[in-house]
Design a protein around this ligand. Structure first.
Ligand code: GLN
Length: 276
């Protein structure tokens, strides 16, 4: 194995980075002059831009997440542009898409959808690609996040199906068939103890839901029902151990909990509510 590779691996391991080989391969590929497969044991370093590689490696050693370094994260069936102004799409959030597919079996449905706190736009764009006749209003209170969503809309040719709006959810006043959201839900305490990858490189605005993590569910519950059509659904992501509280919050506002979806770790992660 080449010395550069050996040394880099040792450094990553010293920093307790969990998948050093995988990360190293991605960083080498990102710094590669050719589009070759990266095989660590048999790498021709002549094909690597060493200056670039060292720059990326240093970022990773500072615990910057891979997705932020390469400005790309895959989610559902597509790749998305990401930067420090949005949350990297997480695999568990894909369960929102899966649940929507469960609810609406007809892919031609002309659904009117609201995505609250769209961030990179990954949920809205993934749903738009599944339902070609759906129209989605994707909102966020972060202008910088919406710039990222705009970029992703262009990349994925979704301009006709998705309208981005810089607006607080409280100021929305029309009705939708489906509302989806992955709101900030970490408690202040959880946020303070989270990995440096999250704490130092992801927007706090997209992560913390007040001291108890429930701030946004409480806000939503005040007028969510008024934004839903008669047959409307609301599908949202929740944090660890928030199912009971969220169930109560939304049931008190007159919504019915239809389904709890567990993530791959067995954590209650996605809730689906309906109006009737
Ligand atoms: N799952 C994210 C994390 O733990 C939090 C996402 C969110 O607040 N919506 O980093």
């Amino acid at each position: 194995m080449n010395n550069l590779i050996k040394e880099s691996l040792t450094k990553l391991k010293q920093k307790n980075i969990s998948n050093p080989e995988l990360d190293l391969r991605i960083l080498l590929k990102h710094a590669s002059k050719k589009n070759n497969e990266i095989i660590l044991s048999n790498l021709n370093v002549d094909n690597i831009d060493i200056v670039k590689f060292k720059f990326y490696l240093q970022k990773r050693l500072n615990r910057e997440p891979i997705a932020k370094i390469i400005n790309n994260k895959s989610f559902w069936k597509n790749n998305f542009y990401v930067n420090s102004f949005v949350l990297d799409p997480r695999p568990e959030t894909e369960l929102i898409i899966e649940e929507v597919l469960n609810i609406y079996k007809n892919k031609n449905s002309k659904l009117k959808i609201l995505d609250i706190g769209t961030g990179s736009g990954c949920i809205a764009i993934s749903i738009a690609k599944e339902y070609k006749n759906a129209f989605i209003t994707a909102i966020d209170i972060s202008k910088k996040a919406l710039e990222v969503a705009e970029k992703n809309l262009k990349i994925h040719n979704c301009d006709d199906q998705i309208k981005l709006k810089l607006i607080d959810f409280k100021n929305i006043n029309c009705k939708f068939d489906l509302i989806v959201s992955n709101p900030p839900y970490l408690t202040t305490n959880q946020y303070n103890n989270t990995d440096p990858e999250v704490k130092n490189f992801e927007p706090k605005l997209a992560l913390v839901g007040g001291d108890d993590g429930l701030k946004f569910y409480k806000e939503y519950s005040n007028n969510l029902k008024n934004l839903m059509n008669k047959q409307g659904y609301f599908v949202c992501e929740i944090g660890n151990n928030q199912r009971q509280n969220c169930e109560e919050i939304f049931q008190n506002s007159g919504l019915h909990l239809n389904k709890i979806v567990h993530d791959l770790q067995g954590i209650e992660r996605i809730l689906s509510f309906s109006k009737i």
